[in-house]
Design a protein around this ligand. Sequence first.
Ligand SMILES: *Cc1c(COP(=O)(O)O)cnc(C)c1O
Length: 394
Amino acid sequence: MPGFEIFGKEEQKEVNDVLETGVLFRYGFDGARNGHWKAKTFESEFANLTGVSHCHLCSSGTAALSIALAACGIGAGDEVIIPPFTFVASMEAVILAGAVPVFADIDETLCLNPESVESAVTERTRAVMPVHMCGSMAEIEKIKDICRKKDLILIEDACQSVGASYKGRFLGSFGHMGCFSFDPVKTITCGEGGAVITNDKELYLRADAYADHGHDHIGSDRGLESHEILGANYRISELNAAVGLAQLRKLDYILETQRAHKKAVKEALSQCPGISFRKIPDESGDSATFLSFFLDDESRTREAAKELAKAGVDGCFYWYDNNWHYIRQWHHLKQLKGAARLPLQLLDKYPDYSRINLADSDAVMGRTISMQIKLSWTWSDIEKRIKKLKGIFS
Ligand SMILES: *Cc1c(COP(=O)(O)O)cnc(C)c1O
């Protein structure tokens, strides 16, 4: 899965370009930088790849979510519908914007169930933020239709699904804005980094300004630039952008390798009784970072996760018990009300998350195991893995 597995000469070359000039800042220093604009180059290549008109590269995926929410004007008291299976950053970004996360159920796509989204809409709903989990897609067209019908903003959290597509169109390009992460364990990495993409110039300009204290980036004197909005510092450095640029150019290779590795393991596993697979709305667009499968019930699944670990089949996740990816263990969120842990004084707007019922999501997550697909596997590694899987499941 992660780009760090193939960190090599290409990344070193890009980083060296930056080190040789000493210009680590992504803006200005036109003379000293010797023609190297790593962040800007990444942005134009990534926009090209995803088929959108604008990209802003920033310091993390979490920053990307905050930037998108701010650019879309989502703030105090606005409800944002999100799934309970994600990384905590999705929920954090909504709360730190002063907005209220409202959880809708997931289904066997491991992403938001469109029907559950529709029934979670209230008069305070401003946005829906589907998360394309584990390398593959939500029912994004159906969710987009709901947003259109109800006049809601659509922000895609595609942090785990760079390079994945639905019916030939890249994830992240369906919504008003799409967000990506290039942290050290994502498909491609900047070390730390993230990006927002959009086809809306106005949203892009706001995102670009918000990520840099409101600077409009017009003119050649930074001190004389205007600031029409307040912002923050979510800038990426040229060093991180340089790493990302080399990684981005390896994305095709990464996807091709993952898809081949996943296909082999999935074929073998599909011959085992009692196993079914995650529903993927468009199989051909799967980025294949994970192979997610279901067993019959929670106790069998938890037992299987233990057997996999014992047999040395590494990289298998039982998310239902994971502290970071599923709401069940988000005790800090559930204590928001009681312990007043929130850094904002908006507590009366928040539901009591400890009482939330997501039985449909629990039923799916309790039966799910996700296996990370590695780039560095050799075919002999894959054969050994398949043998162990057959020993456990057939
Ligand atoms: C990784 C991730 C993020 C946050 O990205 P960072 O770059 O680590 O801040 C947000 N959402 C999801 C679904 C993620 O997996």
